[in-house]
Write a protein of this length. Structure first.
Ligand SMILES: C[S@@+](CC[C@H](N)C(=O)[O-])C[C@H]1O[C@@H](n2cnc3c(N)ncnc32)[C@H](O)[C@@H]1O
Length: 187
């Protein structure tokens, strides 16, 4: 009986201590639209080139991970870049990479759910999510992006949109697809 009560007490304690962490984690997991995987650097470069990124453009990377797209856009192309990242850890890594690359004046990292981000300032949006995430994001892109904005997606098409261009490149014998879209004039 004593052992039974002790076991119940330990189980209750574990539940009380762990529940907030689980619920916080659970909430983030629910918002997560893709796992952390990086785009290879030459894929990043081609994504930026295909959208004509230059010093006059503002690039938004939705789910910016370690910030490599932001740093490439700012350092190599002179663009302004905004990263939106759900994970506090990766948002911090992205911020630190921008500082290490000396482009912190042109790079901003927002630690938030991309579904809550204001995209109206974007000329270019880069994505490396999954198909279902693109389906969820599409109405937001259609509503908030200005006509002419370029959306470029690594490996996952945006269902329901017709790409302007599809390019395939090999990186270490693995094919990568790049889908390029333009937001048309609002009807
Ligand atoms: C496949 S990685 C892409 C990283 C980077 N864009 C690249 O191409 O190298 C997807 C990133 O999206 C982030 N993410 C997932 N769901 C998100 C959400 N709802 N809001 C913001 N970021 C999210 C993940 O934490 C992860 O860092």
């Amino acid at each position: 009986m004593k052992i039974f009560i002790q076991t119940i007490a330990i189980a209750l304690f574990a539940l009380l201590v762990c529940a907030p962490a689980y619920s916080q984690h659970g909430q983030d997991m629910k918002k997560s639209l893709a796992p952390y995987v990086t785009s290879p650097h030459n894929v990043v470069e081609r994504m930026l080139e295909l959208c004509g990124v230059d010093g006059s453009k503002t690039v938004y990377d939705l789910g910016c991970g370690d910030g490599r797209i932001l740093v490439a856009a700012a350092k190599k192309h002179g663009a302004h870049a905004v990263g939106v990242e759900l994970s506090p850890k990766w948002a911090q890594v992205a911020t630190d990479s921008a500082v290490a690359a000396g482009v912190q004046d042109r790079v901003r990292v927002l630690q938030q759910d991309m579904m809550d981000a204001d995209l109206s300032g974007a000329d270019v949006v880069t994505l490396y999510l999954i198909s279902e995430a693109n389906v969820r994001l599409r109405p937001k892109l259609e509503k908030e992006l200005r006509p002419g904005a370029c959306v470029v997606s690594h490996d996952f098409e945006i269902e329901g949109w017709k790409p302007r261009k599809v390019e395939k490149i090999m990186v270490y014998q693995r094919p990568h697809s790049i889908y390029v879209y333009r937001i048309s004039a609002k009807k």
